[in-house]
Ligand binder design. Structure first.
Ligand SMILES: CC(C)(COP(=O)(O)OP(=O)(O)OC[C@H]1O[C@@H](n2cnc3c(N)ncnc32)[C@H](O)[C@@H]1OP(=O)(O)O)[C@@H](O)C(=O)NCCC(=O)NCCS
Length: 181
């Protein structure tokens, strides 16, 4: 399934996307605010093995690649920890091509994932965990209608210090109301 947004196209992650992903996930500027495993070197083999492992887990996690309208690969996104009983999932994204930061794409991808989660997967709640100092990401999520739910104190260790992370979420009804407003 290919999801067409206003400016961006989102497709299922394919093996051919892994080379770019390998470069991006080893760039500390990109992974600085990742809340897990950001400091662990990732080989291309690690990434291929991971790719094989997720193909059996489509009921629990969906991984996407993000492209601009002219099909330039710029990043990745996912819905994971999909809980079909309670109808919730954890949302995540990154723009790996740094020349594409600040163009509104992070906000657009968040909106596309939320729409897909509620309209296609029939989920009830979408949530995420974000480093409290990742102001661009927090803003993307707020602009997409997500609400700050709480704080996990000192949850992330980076740059020789502990930092807080924030849990944010959006419920299906809130999304509907925002759409009607
Ligand atoms: C975080 C990220 C997704 C944001 O994407 P983006 O396309 O650059 O964001 P947008 O252009 O949609 O901008 C979102 C808002 O943040 C603001 N912003 C951007 N950088 C900022 C910064 N350093 N401090 C404060 N606000 C910032 C923008 O001005 C914009 O607000 P505005 O529309 O009111 O002007 C992107 O920078 C990224 O992928 N970073 C690396 C990976 C990452 O941190 N992923 C999130 C993990 S939870």
């Amino acid at each position: 399934m290919i999801i067409q947004g206003l400016n961006l196209i989102i497709k299922g992650l394919e093996r051919k996307d892994l080379h770019d992903r390998h470069q991006w996930l080893n760039d500390p500027e990109i992974t600085k605010y990742f809340t897990n495993l950001a400091s662990i070197p990732l080989s291309e083999t690690d990434l291929f093995n991971w790719y094989e492992s997720i193909s059996n887990k489509k009921s629990q996690e969906l991984h996407f690649s993000i492209f601009t309208g002219d099909l330039k690969h710029i990043g990745g996104a996912q819905l994971k920890a999909i809980d079909w009983k309670n109808r919730n999932a954890e949302l995540g994204l990154f723009i790996g091509d740094k020349s594409e930061w600040g163009k509104g794409y992070g906000t657009e991808i968040t909106g596309i994932l939320i729409h897909y989660g509620f309209h296609e997967l029939n989920l009830h709640r979408l949530w995420l965990r974000v480093d409290a100092e990742n102001l661009a990401a927090v803003k993307c999520y707020q602009k997409s209608g997500m609400t700050r739910e709480g704080i996990f104190r000192d949850e992330v260790f980076r740059e020789n210090a502990y930092h807080h992370s924030i849990i944010m979420s959006i419920l299906r009804d809130e999304y509907r109301q925002n759409q009607q407003a």
